[in-house]
Design a protein around this ligand. Structure first.
Ligand SMILES: C[S@@+](CC[C@H](N)C(=O)[O-])C[C@H]1O[C@@H](n2cnc3c(N)ncnc32)[C@H](O)[C@@H]1O
Length: 212
């Protein structure tokens, strides 16, 4: 019975070679998130579902005093990511094959303390167990730590034909905006710690949540 590791490897076995080139035109909002995260020296920052490492490499170059961690269900994607990390010569990135709903800071990454920041960039929309991923991320964040998500939104302010076309296209890649994601995030927001910023007429969004 294929599991999430096998499924992702199958999906990305060939795509990983042209992934970065094609995705830059439609995974919108990623660069804005990387800027808005306000990473500080000495922090531990994790990307869950880091794919080819595109975001981590930008951050690692920008913040050489910070250590970045990436996990992904696809060992094939991480193989490509590691080649890219080695090619640019950054030393502050650690990559592990793991599931976003199942990792722990100590067992998966051999750390003694939880993360300062954890982010999901266009991965939540392809993970059916997204609630468990969010819960697990919060468990692996220190108090006061921050969780970020950038992903597809509901496109409600875009023309209807565009919405239909995009939804059909995303379905081919097993990607969708989960209708109950925003209510779920709101339900966690007991201390007014959540901001959701819609981008590009609700094409995508950035969510920022600070753990109490
Ligand atoms: C659309 S890609 C986004 C990659 C990267 N975050 C970016 O912004 O370019 C989604 C990634 O999530 C990974 N993924 C899917 N399900 C996962 C899971 N359950 N746990 C960890 N990673 C997962 C996929 O293997 C893929 O690399």
């Amino acid at each position: 019975m294929p599991n999430a590791f096998d499924n992702m490897d199958r999906m990305y076995r060939f795509q990983r070679y042209f992934y970065d080139f094609t995705r830059k035109y439609y995974l919108l909002g990623r660069d804005r998130l990387l800027t808005e995260m306000q990473v500080k020296p000495g922090e531990r920052v994790l990307e869950a579902g880091c794919g080819t490492g595109r975001n981590l490499i930008i951050l690692a170059k920008r913040y050489p005093e910070t250590h970045f961690y990436g996990l992904d269900a696809s060992a094939a994607m991480l193989e490509t990511a590691q080649v890219k990390v080695d090619a640019v010569g950054v030393r502050n990135i650690t990559l592990k094959t793991a599931l976003a709903d199942d990792f722990t800071f100590d067992k998966t990454f051999d750390l003694t303390q939880p993360f300062d920041k954890i982010f999901f960039s266009y991965s939540i929309s392809m993970i059916p167990v997204w609630r468990e991923c969010i819960q697990n991320a919060l468990q692996n964040l220190k108090p006061g730590g921050e969780l970020f998500i950038v992903d597809f939104y509901d496109q409600k302010e875009l023309p209807k034909p565009f919405q239909t076309l995009l939804k059909g296209w995303l379905k081919k890649f097993h990607v969708q905006f989960w209708d109950d994601l925003m209510p779920h995030l709101e339900s966690l927001n007991t201390d007014n710690n959540l901001t959701i910023t819609p981008l590009f007429r609700r094409y995508s969004f950035i969510a920022r949540f600070r753990k109490s």
